[in-house]
Design a protein around this ligand. Sequence first.
Ligand SMILES: NC(=O)c1ccc[n+]([C@@H]2O[C@H](COP(=O)([O-])OP(=O)(O)OC[C@H]3O[C@@H](n4cnc5c(N)ncnc54)[C@H](O)[C@@H]3O)[C@@H](O)[C@H]2O)c1
Length: 245
Amino acid sequence: MTTGLASTADADRVRQWLVVGASRGGIGAAIAAAAAASGDRVLITGAEAQPLQMPPGVDEYVQLEITDTAGVHALAARFEKLDVLVNCAAIARRDEEYQSAVFRRVIEVNLIAGFDLVNALRPALRQARGNVINIASMYSVFGSPRVPAYGASKAAVAQLTRSLAAEFAADQIRVNAIAPGFIVTEQSARGRADKTHYQAVVARTPAGRWGLPEDLAGAAMFLASDAAAFVTGHTLVVDGGYSIV
Ligand SMILES: NC(=O)c1ccc[n+]([C@@H]2O[C@H](COP(=O)([O-])OP(=O)(O)OC[C@H]3O[C@@H](n4cnc5c(N)ncnc54)[C@H](O)[C@@H]3O)[C@@H](O)[C@H]2O)c1
């Protein structure tokens, strides 16, 4: 029997995940570890030659510069079937993004390269009736004066998620996003060094703390599962309540 947009007929089989941008012990690494712990196969990538740490249970690491189109297509060619694509690759250049070249680079990495990646993997996702999880941000919605390109890219990621969900539904592929609140990772290190900013986030967040990468894993496991078979085009906020007050 088929429910929603995804088949449940082979719910027990081992699935193949690709988590792009999981090399630095952050959100992607936590999602990869959770997927591996569930018994699925997981390949991760990062911009670096080696991962800072290999998430437990993950099968393989591949260095991938996400704006390298040939590299993206070479990686995509490895997958005949792909069940879950998680795109966590992104950069922010705090206080530098008013320079046009920096602005363009951030948009290229965070938005355009992610679009090319999903397109390259569409046939493999179609074969598996798979799903895509993009990573948005609080700055998909709020203004971000210190990182204007990052904010513009993340707003576009949420919008692209809706557009691709509508387009890919014909292939039985679901496309969703997660919008994390403020999370302790390498990417946020520069912002966290600003004690005023660090404390302002704690004070505003009803949960009373910054998030940890593991806080995002449950949302990804849900969106990737058949429990979310009728969920597509959605951006799931995981922010300790930051955006509700
Ligand atoms: N940390 C936060 O507070 C926060 C909040 C909202 C959204 N996010 C988003 O979560 C995702 C994961 O970030 P994180 O905080 O875990 O940071 P992270 O630094 O641990 O991960 C970023 C990943 O992106 C990869 N990457 C960067 N530039 C790349 C490039 N040019 N080509 C290929 N890979 C590249 C890095 O290698 C790394 O694996 C990002 O999309 C980020 O924007 C983070």
